[in-house]
Design a binder for this molecule. Sequence first.
Ligand code: PEP
Ligand code: MN
Length: 342
Amino acid sequence: MIIVLRPHVSEEELNRVVEHVRELGLTPHVSRGVTRTIIGCIGDEDRLREAPLLTLPAVETILPVEKPYKLAAREFVAGETLVPLGQSSVGDGAVHAIAGPCSVEGPEMLLQTAESVKAAGAMALRGGAFKPRTSPYSFRGLGNSALDMLAEVRAETGLPVITEVLDTRHVTLVAEKVDCLQVGARNMQNFALLTEVGESGKPVLLKRGMSATLEDLLLAAEYILARGNPNVMLCERGIRTFERALRNTLDIGAVPYLKQETHLPVLVDPSHACGRRDLVPALALAAVAAGADGLLIEVHPDPEHASSDGDQSMHLDEFSALMEKVRDVAQALGRPTPAPTR
Ligand code: PEP
Ligand code: MN
């Protein structure tokens, strides 16, 4: 249920309503918009329905949330959720780019990639330390040493860093070293992991499972939000369909749909969606045109020799050229993009 307060209520009036909600045994989530404040309530809704809350002068109306997800629902929050990452926030209306190698392979290639994507306008560096691989015999990442490399490159370049966490036992360690935790497609419904990253309080980049519906994705986000962590970014990365020509099928309609359904930022990963570097630019631009808050793109200084996902990783100069086009599309839509720094 959502309690909508009258415009410009005082702090004291707000606190009285919040207290009332708590006394009923529900958990209030206060969200302040420009003119209006709303209180999302989680718990036994019957108790709220029976309580004479409408008699409180600050309360304008009480609305049900007819969705299985509550905290993730757009109605639950006044405005957009901004997820802080370094100096910027994803969800602020600008088109943000997060880029980096699928796997961290060593300090030199990581620094070279970071400097290049930063110069091209990327706002964060992403590199895998622990890699979920379909085959147990594939390269599975450098692990702890890659976390140290990410932390060093962050110190050198100032770029915030993101890496995937695969295991509940690693969450605390990974959260100490990076700025944002990625939960990958294969773990989107690992509910123990979602709970753990929720408790870490760190920004989370939650990728859509390859056979997950958008409702499944929003309910996965709800797990993180329900642990008190509001900093969740959703990421469409292509789903499995009958089509085999490309690695996955980019569900471009997911972008405007999610933007309507939730206040959380929505990113698109065109690299995993198509699996081919020559098609990444077209999908990236389509994502921006569809209203994505940002892009997650795999980039490598020598993709032909990459340890993982080389076929879909862009060369550094290709990424810079793409960022020019991203800026053109963003500008045409009246949306800002971070400027290149060179
Ligand atoms: C990745 O980002 O490198 C990755 C493994 O992605 P996904 O979980 O979307 O397959
Ligand atoms: Mn990858």
